[in-house]
Design a protein around this ligand. Structure first.
Ligand code: DAH
Length: 338
């Protein structure tokens, strides 16, 4: 028979398995390869019996591997230490002094924007960061399968929820909540501000995450003229100077007529006469949007507007690249520290 101490090889392999953390690696041990190689080197009449023994060794090793693997799996893992790593009674964790931090420029400017509208008599509510198809489209008079929906590159969760692509998703809630005020003889005046999300390729003027502010006003006799006055007054306060403004027609399913509102770039920040900048979308609220919220469009009318915050801020400070805001670069952020 063979000169191989096959029993001895088996024992040494089983021992390796029993002490290994990755027992399956033992199948690659040189001893196993040698045993198989040995089969071929034997006289043909001995190969059958030897081959059988080699196979038995392999089966024994595999069985031992499985046993070792389940032993390792059920082995006690040291429990996580979730207690505080310092003595809470005597020591404090090390924190940076608060004077090292400042508000992010967008937070600061957004507060300024909201503050101006609040002083004009508008309620302010933060917009949601997760919403649904009804508030994003349906309640805003976007018909099912209408191509206007494609104008908003919305993200969607697997469950079908939508991180809103505009703050207009808040309009339906503002209208529904304000209905009682209208019926009591008052009006609805609210702005909604916050983060919105679009599946955009990021460049100097596009981000997948940005900020908007939306305004809604409804009364018995709201007019387009009131809207233009409100917007002009806002921009003049924000930029601190008199401004020329103009509009041009635009299509948004939730307003009729729909407009784009532009300002003439302020001279104080390098604007030349006739240099117009489109700042936001606006218009008279579509009767279907009022109806959807239970408000009779024959009795009440309203106007709404919505636009990006970054654009306002970039213009105010001459910031050339939108990506700075989310970059967390201290050199950029420190310029706005106060
Ligand atoms: N939601 C629109 C957008 O993000 C902007 C907009 C246009 C808002 C017209 C309005 C409006 O309220 O009336 O593109």
């Amino acid at each position: 028979m063979s000169t191989y101490d096959i029993e001895g090889v088996k024992q040494s392999l089983l021992e390796k398995v029993a002490t290994s953390d990755i027992p399956r690696e033992v199948l690659k041990a040189p001893e196993i390869r040698e045993l198989y190689a040995a089969i071929g080197s034997l006289p043909p009449e001995e190969r059958g019996a030897f081959g059988k023994q080699v196979n038995e060794v392999k089966l024994a090793v595999e069985a031992a591997i499985e046993a070792r693997e389940s032993e390792l799996e059920s082995a006690d893992v040291a429990p996580l230490d979730i207690t505080a790593q310092w003595d809470v009674n005597t020591k404090q964790p090390e924190l940076l002094p608060t004077e090292n931090g400042t508000q992010h420029p967008l937070t600061k400017e957004l507060e300024e924007v909201v503050d101006i509208f609040t002083r004009m008599g508008f309620d302010a509510i933060e917009s949601r960061q997760i919403d649904d198809d009804h508030h994003m489209f349906g309640a805003l008079n976007f018909p099912e399968d209408h191509p206007a929906r494609d104008g908003y590159d919305t993200f969607r969760t697997e469950e079908g929820f939508i991180p809103p692509a505009h703050t207009s998703t808040m309009q339906h809630r503002i209208l529904k909540d304000g209905k009682a005020k209208l019926e009591a003889g008052g009006h609805i005046a609210a702005v909604s501000y916050g983060r919105v999300f679009r599946n955009e390729d990021v460049d100097a003027t596009h981000e997948h995450t940005f900020y908007q502010c939306e305004g809604v006003f409804v009364s018995k006799d709201a007019t387009l003229g009131q809207m233009l006055g409100t917007l002009r007054s806002f921009f003049e306060t924000y930029y601190g100077q008199a401004l020329r403004v103009k509009t041009q027609p635009a299509y948004f399913p939730f307003v009729e007529p729909g407009l784009e509102f532009a300002i003439e770039k302020p001279a104080a920040i390098g604007g030349k006469p006739g240099e117009w900048l489109e700042m936001l979308g606006c218009g008279m609220i579509h009767p279907n949007v009022l109806k959807e919220a239970g408000i009779d469009p024959n009795e009440y009318r309203g106007f709404a507007w919505g636009g990006g915050i970054e654009r306002l801020v970039m213009l105010k400070y001459g910031i050339e690249d939108l990506r700075h805001f989310e970059s967390a670069k201290l050199a950029f952020l420190r310029k706005f520290a106060s």
